[in-house]
Write a protein that binds this ligand. Structure first.
Ligand code: RB5
Length: 148
């Protein structure tokens, strides 16, 4: 698995923890930021979303974090082939993978505790897509959005 990650200042510390933890699932490409200085979440969300979108490969996924998780999810979902899911609970992560084949997990470091963020990341990368009727639904919209 290749995992692109990015965040903003609101989630820098959580992103560092996530980047360390996710090494067990594969190669990590950390698009930053690399300090907790104030920055703009669209810059980092675009980089991650573009890379995942261009890959068109289910072995390439992303994790995006900001204060709420809302801003990064808005940016990521503008790109074709991106199914970014903002999750607050493990139940949502299971559904995002099983039903929506989410390829980017979005998290809010000012909303969720780091320990819960790690648990949600763990589940995201260890839960498969249920396919079947869910595949047909994804096919309806997967080509919508900006071509990366
Ligand atoms: C930054 O202060 C904050 O607005 C950002 O991290 C995020 O929550 C945006 O959606």
């Amino acid at each position: 698995m290749k995992i692109y990650i990015g965040c903003d200042h609101g989630a820098f510390e959580a992103k560092e923890e996530v980047a360390k933890y996710l090494k067990k699932f594969g190669e990590i490409i950390d698009y930053g930021p690399y300090t907790n200085e104030r920055c703009d979440y669209p810059v980092f969300a675009e980089k991650v979303a573009r890379s995942v979108s261009l890959a068109k490969n289910d072995q390439v996924k992303g994790v995006l974090l900001c204060g709420s998780g809302i801003g990064v999810s808005m940016v990521a979902n503008r790109f074709r082939n991106i199914r970014a899911a903002l999750c607050r609970s493990e139940d949502e992560v299971k559904l995002a993978r099983g039903h929506n084949d989410a390829n980017i997990l979005c998290l809010g470091a000012r909303i969720s505790k780091v320990s819960d963020i790690i648990k949600m990341c763990d589940l995201f990368f260890s839960t498969g897509f249920d396919q079947g009727r869910h595949t047909d639904r994804i096919k309806i919209f997967d080509n919508w959005g900006e071509k990366a």
